[in-house]
Ligand binder design. Structure first.
Ligand code: KG4
Ligand code: ZN
Length: 339
């Protein structure tokens, strides 16, 4: 009998629903919330309201595009956390109600674990190379930066993580300093292609183990730009591309140095990357170079699976369904949710 999972994602500012049948993606609908751009960051109160408006049409469209009926859905999987509580509550409440109404199991999903499992989403008529267990995953998003040993679909161990800001946060905060819109990561990426990555040098953290730190870099960037602006009010305008290329290069070097150390320490050389920052072209190039230089086997997700989406929730739900890991109606979302 086939297994059809409806996945629901509402942890931050994207409302998404997806259908996965027997591990194969049939639909993945995402409603972005443009409203936050005007505020330079996600406004939690506005995000929850937008989720509330979007959730029914998004689910409806996902079911229609997949060409299935509500009655075909075997289980509903939803993001329990981590994320913004008000946003998570919308997806959680919807999923509980759907599970009750359709009399199907409810599956709770950890958003971070789901980002990693995008590597196992199958698509119709597409061949995809999947990592073998155990593999390392560099998970880099707006809220998290971690090196994870993935032992199995649902068994993962964090061996390094940021002690302050996430890599995506560093991109976004530095972008804000030079007047780029939110989220700034993609704008830095675009500018960096036309800049000199060695034009400016910024302080890198000195942490011995596999942990990351990005708050010092952000401060170093801010002070350096502020000091230069005192001497030349047009400094940002004249150096936008070089500043973007240099900060991107520094963030990538910090990420890659620790990843290389993790490979040395674990002896694992199958490396995957996941999360919003894995869309960064400089990071993707750096990983591909390691494939050539150090013989790593690298797994880089398609762009559509890098940022938040429900396909990743549905695929994780599929594996939890096979394991019969179901949640009760008393389940509540968690803003912090380590795995
Ligand atoms: O995974 P995600 O969609 O949401 C979280 O769970 O946080 O990641 C969003 C983050 C933002 O910080 C955004 O600036 C960053 O991913 N991002 C990028 C790029 N595309 C998205 N950062 C650098 N380069 C990109 N091309
Ligand atoms: Zn995410």
């Amino acid at each position: 009998m086939s297994i059809t999972i409806l996945g629901i994602e509402s942890s931050c500012d994207d409302t998404s629903a997806a259908i996965i049948k027997d591990g194969v993606l049939l639909s993945n609908v995402i409603a972005n919330q443009d409203i936050h751009k005007a505020y330079g960051g996600v406004v939690p109160e506005l995000a929850s309201r937008a989720h509330q408006q979007n959730i029914i049409p998004v689910v409806d469209q996902a079911i229609k595009l997949a060409n299935v009926s509500k009655k075909d859905v075997s289980a509903i999987a939803f993001t329990r956390g981590p994320g913004l509580l008000g946003s998570l509550l919308v997806g959680t409440s919807f999923s509980k109600a759907f599970s009750l109404a359709m009399d199907i199991p409810l599956v709770e999903i950890n958003h971070l674990q789901a980002h990693i499992l995008v590597h196992f989403i199958k698509e119709i008529d597409k061949e995809k190379k999947t990592p073998e267990f155990p593999f390392l995953c560099l998970l880099v998003s707006g809220g998290h930066t971690q090196i994870v040993v993935v032992k199995n679909y649902l068994e993962m161990e964090i061996i390094g993580q940021t002690i302050d800001d996430a890599a995506g946060e560093a991109f976004d905060k530095c972008a804000k300093v030079i007047g780029l819109p939110y989220p700034g990561g993609p704008f830095i990426d675009k500018n960096a292609k036309q800049g000199n990555k060695n034009a400016f040098i910024f302080n890198k953290p000195r942490i011995k183990n596999l942990d990351y730190s990005f708050s010092g870099l952000k401060t170093s960037f801010l002070y350096s730009v502020r000091d230069s602006l005192k001497k030349n009010p047009d400094f940002i305008k004249e150096n936008m591309m070089d500043l973007s290329a240099s900060i991107q290069h520094t963030i990538i070097e910090i990420l890659m140095n620790k990843l290389e150390l993790a490979v040395k320490q674990t002896g694992i050389n199958q490396i995957a990357v996941a999360g919003g920052v894995s869309a960064n072209s400089g990071l993707r190039d750096a990983l591909i170079n390691k494939t050539h230089d150090l013989g790593w086997q690298t797994f880089i997700p398609e762009f559509k699976f890098t940022t938040d989406n429900a396909a990743m929730i549905a695929i994780t739900g599929y594996y939890k369904y096979l394991n019969k890991e179901f949640a009760g109606q008393d389940i509540t979302p968690l803003a912090r949710f380590p795995f």
